[in-house]
Design a protein around this ligand. Structure first.
Ligand code: F0G
Length: 472
């Protein structure tokens, strides 16, 4: 920790292997279950891993969101929570951390990422405006559509191809973006919604060069660029490893440069920032900020707590600083890559290259005999749980939801089952167990018969939908 000079990838070439830059001080016992117990639990959960009780889960790879292990420094910071309704000391600590690390001057805390998405969408989208973005994210698009916006995907085509090895599959396709800007006209485009990394594409990064070009195009047309910074430190590692000119730049420097090319950002701090709850929204424009600072009171809380306890903001301020340490990011993404390489070695179909926050199994090639209407990715998540108690998440047709105008299913080209890795939580041996279970399920792949949806909620259906085995 502290102020020592960061060691960059270039200086570390002599090192043969990565390891975690921490040791374990406290452990949380896990419960093993029998196949019979898991069959019963999954039936009760309507074959939806979101509806399982976590006590029935062995290795929980549902999400990397809010599942981080905090450091002793963060736990200590909790005790220094200032729970004043207004003007908590921890708010000013958080504001200073965001200014230092992300470079944004004006910010409000929010209870989590979607709180920030809601505020930005309400303040920056007029009904009917287009909102181009590098692939949709579930909650992001929901809030954009609720504000009357029309989301348009402008990610590069490579992002939709799991086999394509392009190093920056999160990039914006400039000609698609220009087409949307020209179609919308001067008042018809709200902003570019840019995520780095891109969750639904498999945690794929955006290059600095692409952002610079995007920025220039948007500037010429007067379109602001707002960044989903949820997993930006992971994106920064890919820039350091893969982009010319960044090998000897620290993660901190790359993060700051990236943000300097945007007009503002929103954050789910439950990911990169190593906390269990929290988020924020930060912009440079003072007029827009005035709106946000006013609206946050209606939906989240006063602008100096935004739905969080003082102690949550304290832990977040410390977590932000820890999250940009080069050793931390390298071991975090290194663990994801370790699992990915085991699975690639076993010939498991998955999104390549391995992304930043998890391994995304390609359910359409895993189960080529299942049509998309039989929910192959939901089926694979269910089968993995039955095999070993490992919990993953569907990221395919169920997550994509329906078109609000036509009512038809969105049919994403990617039909994926995500195994997201929580930060600083599981060991390399856990990753070995996960790989063995995926291989076992793959060996029995021809026996899978798919699912039918028996209950479909209206909003963000993947969270609460229920299923039954097909033909049962
Ligand atoms: N943006 C991205 C890229 C996300 O991955 C998420 C959440 C959000 C915004 C919303 O943030 O959950 O704090 O309200 N992703 C979680 C996941 C749910 O499992 O990928 P939130």
């Amino acid at each position: 920790m502290g102020g020592e000079t960061p060691v960059t990838a270039g200086q570390q070439q002599h090192r043969r292997s990565w390891a975690e830059p921490w040791k374990v001080k406290m452990v949380e016992p896990l419960r093993m279950t029998t196949r019979e117990q898991r069959e019963s639990a999954l039936g009760e959960a309507g074959y939806n891993t979101f509806l399982l009780r976590s006590d029935d889960v062995y290795i929980d790879l549902l999400t990397d969101s809010g599942t981080n292990a905090m450091s002793d420094r963060q736990w200590a910071a909790l005790m220094l929570g200032d729970e004043a309704y207004a003007g908590s000391r921890n708010f000013y600590e958080l504001e200073a951390a965001i200014l230092e690390v992300y470079g944004f001057a004006h910010m409000v805390p929010t209870h989590q990422g979607r709180g920030a998405e809601h505020l930005l969408s309400q303040c920056a989208i007029k009904p009917g405006q287009l909102v181009p973005g590098n692939m949709y994210f579930t909650t992001t698009r929901e809030h954009q559509e609720r504000a009357g916006g029309v989301f348009v995907d402008v990610i590069v085509d490579q992002a939709h191809d799991p086999e394509n090895l392009d190093p920056f599959k999160g990039n914006v396709d400039l000609s698609k973006l220009e087409e949307v800007i020209l179609r919308g006209g001067p008042q018809g485009v709200a902003y570019l919604s840019l995520a780095a990394t891109v969750n639904m594409a498999g945690g794929q990064p955006v290059s600095m060069r692409n952002l610079r070009e995007v920025r220039e195009l948007c500037r010429r047309h007067g379109v602001p660029v707002y960044l989903d910074a949820t997993r930006l430190v992971e994106n920064a590692l890919f820039i350091q490893e893969r982009e010319e000119g960044y090998r000897d730049r620290s993660i901190a420097e790359i993060v700051l440069e990236f943000c300097s090319l945007t007009d503002g950002a929103w954050m789910s701090a439950k990911k990169d920032s190593l906390v269990n709850i929290g988020g924020w929204l930060a912009v440079n424009d003072e007029g827009l900020f005035e709106e946000i600072r006013n609206l946050v009171i209606v939906f989240e809380g006063l602008h100096t707590y935004g739905g969080l306890a003082g102690r949550d903001m304290a832990a977040m301020a410390v977590g932000i600083k820890e999250s940009i340490q080069d050793d931390h990011v390298r071991s975090r993404v290194g663990q994801v890559r370790y699992l990915g390489e085991l699975l690639l070695g076993a010939g498991i179909p998955m999104v390549k290259p391995v992304g930043g926050h998890g391994v995304f199994l390609d359910a359409s090639r895993f189960y080529p005999h299942l049509p998309q209407d039989a929910f192959p990715a939901q089926t694979l998540a269910a089968e993995l749980y039955l095999d070993s108690g490992i919990r993953g998440m569907e990221r395919g047709i169920v997550s994509a939801g329906r078109d609000p105008k036509t009512g038809e299913h969105h049919r994403p080209r990617l039909e994926l089952t995500r195994l997201a890795i929580p930060r600083r939580v599981y060991t390399q041996a856990h990753m070995d167990v996960v790989a063995e279970s995926v291989e076992a399920v793959y060996a029995r792949r021809s026996e899978a018969s798919g699912l039918v949806m028996t209950h479909e909620p209206r909003y963000l259906r993947f969270f609460q939908a229920r299923f039954e085995p097909r033909g049962s």
